[in-house]
Ligand binder design. Structure first.
Ligand code: SAM
Length: 280
């Protein structure tokens, strides 16, 4: 039974970091005409209405996307992301926050493809309905790791695999590394972007260590923690582990972090950009 609904959290500080990285990777893939595929393992509903009870109940977007909307930052990866959110809100007011599938679909070209797995019945139906007329998009009601078996490798050699579990269950932490290894065997040429929460620093570090110990090559880690580490006080930050990142991403994220720190973090919050392992 899945209880997590992303509609309570859409547009929060964690989505901001994740979606900036997602946009940056897709924009990099678009530099070549050759087609690519985005595979979204935990796709969610696709888009979220700001005025909904869920979003208004938590108001998390107010400490996330809402803090970035008013100024051009001069940092390409942030401005591209904000421009996309604004384009999807043409009335000039934030009424809808795009989830990862809508972000991908908005950026893809005619020749590119998006494939999504989502298990929650309601979110799956919303997602399926949203993309019913978009021939580039495939939506399956599948467990994320079953989705790897069913849909990888895709028809294109280039691509992004976005892995964004809700970490509701211990299995989400434990199953990720073997699932990544299985996916990389099937689709070795892709970039993999894995989101993770920071709830308890020791747990986060042991999660990351597993990937390093497994000698996954060419890994970049980026993290934005609006609050200082403090276990038991909810999510204080979040990060992304990126395997086979575009060669420009570390530099672009290093430029973005001071701006994100300023916009999203309390004075004692912190950020990180670190290359964890080199190329094989
Ligand atoms: N990626 C989305 C975005 O950025 O807009 C948000 C995804 S949300 C963090 C996680 C989603 O994973 C939820 O919609 C949840 O229903 C779904 N989910 C949880 N366990 C899953 C599983 N084993 N396989 C596929 N989807 C799952």
């Amino acid at each position: 039974m899945l209880s997590y609904r992303h509609s309570y959290h859409a547009g929060n500080f964690a989505d901001v970091l994740k979606h900036i990285v997602q946009v940056a990777i897709i924009e990099y893939l678009k530099k070549k005409d050759k087609p690519f595929t985005v595979h979204d393992t935990h796709a969610g509903a696709g888009s979220y209405t700001i005025a909904s009870d869920h979003m208004q109940k938590t108001g998390e977007y107010r400490d996330g996307i809402a803090r970035l909307l008013d100024n051009r930052t001069g940092v390409g990866v942030i401005d591209q992301y904000v421009a996309l959110v604004k384009k999807l809100n043409p009335v000039g007011k934030l009424t809808e926050y795009p989830g990862s599938p809508l972000i991908s679909a908005s950026l893809l070209r005619e020749q590119d493809r998006l494939q999504c797995s989502e298990l929650h019945s309601t979110d799956f139906e919303l997602l399926q309905r949203r993309f019913a007329d978009d021939k580039r998009v495939r939506v399956e009601k599948l467990d994320a790791w079953q989705g790897f078996k069913a849909m990888l490798p895709p028809q294109h050699r280039r691509g992004l695999v976005l892995i964004d579990p809700s970490y509701e269950m211990e299995a989400d932490y434990l199953g990720l590394l073997p699932a990544l290894q299985m996916a990389m065997e099937r689709f070795s040429t892709a970039t993999y972007a894995i989101w993770y929460p920071v709830l308890d620093r020791n747990r986060t570090e042991s999660f990351i260590r597993r990937f390093v110990k497994a000698e996954i090559p060419n890994m970049l880690r980026v993290e934005c923690c609006p609050r200082p580490d403090a276990s038991g006080r909810g999510m204080t930050g979040s990060g992304m582990l990126i395997v086979n990142p575009p060669y420009t991403l570390a530099q672009h994220m290093a430029q973005a972090m001071p701006v994100l720190k300023n916009a999203l973090c309390e004075p004692n919050g912190h950020t990180l950009v670190r290359e964890l392992t080199g190329e094989a």
